[in-house]
Design a binder for this molecule. Structure first.
Ligand code: NAI
Length: 315
């Protein structure tokens, strides 16, 4: 039971998470509602393992044996019956998740941990659909799971320390960089930081301050480059807290504080321009272009992680 994991939802995240557990020597059952979704998940899993092989992070033999540890099924009851950890990666909808958790609770051993990949829904509310809130925990992998090391282990009101600590340990053995989040807070930590940036980027764009390309460049060639190594608080230390204090005093009041998604974003969504998946968002993507952008993203980020590992190790 301890080395068996069910990953429920074989979409963008579930397939990648299954790969992470399989490379960590877990026996993984990947579950979805239909064969087509499972097939799609398996294809994306194969692609991500191949990327890791191509950049030399994983040997061909290890990738093959990892794939051999992933089983596909549409039978949720059978998948739940023997696992120590259930990783849930179904769509981000509280009612859907609660309905699923009520089922997991009935189908899994009482000792099994139920972990949600939710991007920021309340763990306490998800757990309320079960009789085991102490064993329900947020375990938020980032996209793409085979590349991004961060995992946010988040406690709900009822999550026990033992459950959170166990999942921190598991994530460490998978080679991830877990952080422990003590309070169940919307957006957790990473998305709160990310969306503070997104809100300001959309505001700058709507105000015509700079083009989308230049706004992105201001991040990738500026603060974004540093953040991979230094984080915002260390960056402030290095810049001088007196300087950051003086700038905060006049700049915070001027930053965007919208409470809802702005029309510059809503309009695109209403027009069906959802970004890469529909071929158009702030940029346009042909299928070839998208493949190129995704492959480049994985290659560059994995290379950057190699440099980080060499320079700073596991600090
Ligand atoms: P997705 O839509 O790509 O995949 C969801 C999968 O769940 C689909 O394959 C769907 O068929 C399956 N599913 C739905 N109901 C099911 C059921 N009853 N039983 C089994 N499978 C079922 O969604 P995605 O993007 O993978 O998101 C999953 C979770 O991960 C969400 O909570 C999301 O917020 C979170 N997340 C998403 C990230 C992203 O960048 N897309 C990043 C980090 C977290």
């Amino acid at each position: 039971m301890d080395n068996q994991v069910a990953v429920v939802g074989a979409g963008l995240m579930g397939a990648g998470i299954a790969g992470e557990f399989a490379r960590g020597e877990y026996e993984v059952t990947l579950v979805d509602t239909n064969e087509a979704a499972l097939e799609k998940g398996l294809n994306s899993l194969k692609k991500s393992q191949q990327t890791l092989v191509d950049v030399g992070h994983v040997s061909q033999a290890d990738a093959v044996s990892a794939l051999g540890r992933v089983r596909l099924t549409t039978d949720l009851a059978e998948a739940c019956s023997s696992v120590g950890i259930l990783m849930e990666a179904v769509p981000e909808n509280l009612a859907v998740k609660q309905e699923m958790y009520a089922q997991f609770d009935k189908l899994c051993f009482p000792e099994a941990i139920l972990a949600s990949n939710t991007s920021g829904l309340s763990i306490s509310k998800i757990a309320s659909a079960t009789q085991r809130p102490d064993k329900v925990v947020g375990v938020h992998f980032w996209n793409p799971p085979h590349v991004v090391p961060l995992v946010e282990v988040t406690k709900g009101d009822g999550t026990s320390d033992a459950t959170a600590e166990h999942m921190m340990k598991v994530c460490n053995t998978l080679g991830k960089k877990p952080i422990l989040v003590q309070h169940d807070i919307p957006g957790i930590v990473g998305n709160r930081l990310q969306y503070a940036v997104v809100r300001e980027a959309l505001h700058l764009m709507a105000e015509g301050v700079a083009s989308p390309e230049d706004i992105d460049l201001a991040m990738t060639a500026g603060p974004g480059l540093r953040y991979g190594l230094l984080g915002p608080l260390r960056t402030a230390d290095l810049g001088g807290l007196d300087v950051f204090c003086a700038i905060s005093d006049y700049l915070f009041a001027d930053l965007n504080a919208d409470k809802r998604a702005p029309s510059v974003l809503k309009d695109l969504v209403e027009q069906g321009k959802l970004g890469a998946k529909t071929g158009e968002g702030f940029y346009s993507y042909s299928e070839d272009e998208l493949d190129r952008v995704l492959a480049q993203r994985d290659r560059v980020l994995l290379g950057f992680l190699d440099v980080l590992k060499r320079e700073v190790g596991d600090e």
